[in-house]
Design a protein around this ligand. Structure first.
Ligand code: GTP
Ligand code: MG
Length: 179
């Protein structure tokens, strides 16, 4: 039996809180608070500390899911939350102004953690904003020396999509791992 910790990172509104809730087998813990000014135009609530959820695997193993706050004024939580983690799932909102740049920003912000572990990228909101295409992210990943990082379009509200991302990132670490 294994116990893994996976962290969800990415910008405000990408769907970190939604993804943790969708994938969790227990009622998730959230720390949403009313958003201030610039974030309120995106959505009324924002994570101020962390999200927590738990996936229970058939063999009794567990995957602890931690969502970070997207706002960089809470970036001190990013380091705290990655402690003991085995992988990062980076969610990027395709409907933002420059989502490929967002991906680069968070890859940079979590680079020490990623260099020790693994990363998979989920591009959300492609139903509302089909462009840019995944190839633009793939090119940026190649430029960052991460051409093998798994990347998918996902809907953070869809449990199967989030499970696919989790399985992908675990398979980078251990090709025999099953989520
Ligand atoms: N249309 C659409 N909506 C989505 C998709 N993924 C997530 N959402 C919605 O986008 C919103 C994301 O909100 P949160 O989950 O709070 O975002 P977050 O990443 O936790 O944001 P912060 O905590 O503020 O950093 C929710 O209303 C989701 O229902 C998607 O693929 N398409
Ligand atoms: Mg959140």
């Amino acid at each position: 039996m294994s116990h893994y910790k996976i962290i969800f990172g990415g910008p405000v509104g990408a769907g970190k809180t939604t993804a943790v809730a969708a994938a969790s087998d227990i009622p998730p813990v959230r720390t949403d608070a009313a958003a201030s000014d610039e974030v309120r135009s995106i959505k009324p609530l924002t994570t101020v500390a962390m999200d927590y959820g738990l996936m229970k695997l058939a063999d009794g193993s567990t995957i602890h899911l931690y969502g970070t706050p997207g706002q960089d004024r809470f970036d001190f939580m990013w380091e705290i939350l990655t402690m003991g983690g085995i992988a990062l799932i980076l969610l990027v909102d395709n409907s933002r102004a420059d989502p490929v740049k967002d991906m680069r920003f968070y890859l940079q912000a979590f680079k020490d953690f990623i260099s020790r572990t693994a990363v998979a990228i989920g591009v959300t909101h492609t139903d509302a904003a089909p462009l840019p295409e995944l190839s633009a992210y793939a090119q940026a990943l190649e430029e960052e020396g991460m051409s093998c990082a798994p990347i998918f379009t996902v809907d953070a509200r869809n449990k199967r999509d989030i499970c696919l991302l989790i399985e992908a990132v675990l398979s980078v670490i251990d090709p025999l791992a099953r989520a």
